[in-house]
Design a protein around this ligand. Structure first.
Ligand code: NI
Length: 227
């Protein structure tokens, strides 16, 4: 399931995150790449331990935790602390790859299975050319270039790339989620059910049927969740 979360960051949060990271010391993005992806990766990243990266990461984490769409779409168990990247000039693309299945957060030695990959766009699409995130999913290629502040989540099993940025620069935040529900098809079913129940309750309030459906949602989640 490929899901867009509109305004995961509100405008003032976006401005603050951007100002924190824009002037920071960026390094070669290959530091977090696996063997195959290192060969096709050509971008820059913020070192994880940089004070600016830590502050920006905290702001993103707080914003995501309060976002009901993010929570219901991802059913997060563990979120890898968000990272930041920059594409532009000579470090401007990332060819086809699949993200490593397990990321280990070095400072805490915690493992995160990457069920879901996320990109949070931090640059206005009018400020750069190229830079589309291209994700191969069941229905073909999706070319994604969202408004600044919007987030996309997609299955970690997908081959994806970032097209060369040919003008301006593209700032983004990226991270992975280990979900309480490992399988994408089960997460999709739960998400669609949750949205349908929400719409029914909005339209007609609580009825014996919505109570029953809500129970079905939780019983499916109980069946599938690993916590
Ligand atoms: Ni990737």
């Amino acid at each position: 399931m490929l899901l867009r979360i509109h305004q995961a960051l509100e405008p003032q949060e976006l401005a603050q995150v951007r100002s924190l990271i824009t002037g920071a010391d960026w390094t070669d993005g290959r530091v977090t790449a696996g063997g195959q992806s290192a060969g096709v990766k050509n971008n820059q990243q913020l070192p994880e331990d940089l004070a600016a990266a830590q502050q920006a990461r905290h702001m993103v984490s707080v914003a995501l935790a309060r976002n009901p769409m993010f929570v219901t779409g991802a059913l997060p168990k563990t979120v890898y602390p968000p990272l930041f990247n920059r594409y532009g000039a000579h470090a401007n693309s990332f060819g086809d790859h699949i993200d490593n299945a397990v990321r280990t957060h070095a400072p805490t030695a915690r493992h995160v299975r990457t069920d879901i990959s996320c990109t949070l766009f931090l640059s206005d699409p009018a400020d750069y050319d190229g830079g589309e995130l291209v994700v191969q999913d069941t229905y073909g290629e999706q070319r994604i270039k969202f408004a600044a502040g919007d987030l996309v989540m997609y299955p970690g099993t997908s081959v994806h790339r970032v097209e060369p940025v040919t003008r301006g620069e593209r700032l983004a935040c990226f991270f992975w989620i280990e979900s309480m529900v490992r399988r994408d098809d089960q997460r999709r079913l739960l998400y669609e059910m949750d949205m349908a129940i929400l719409a029914l309750r909005r339209a007609g309030g609580d009825t014996p049927e919505t109570v029953k459906l809500t129970g079905c949602y939780h019983n499916l989640l109980r069946m599938w969740a690993e916590v």
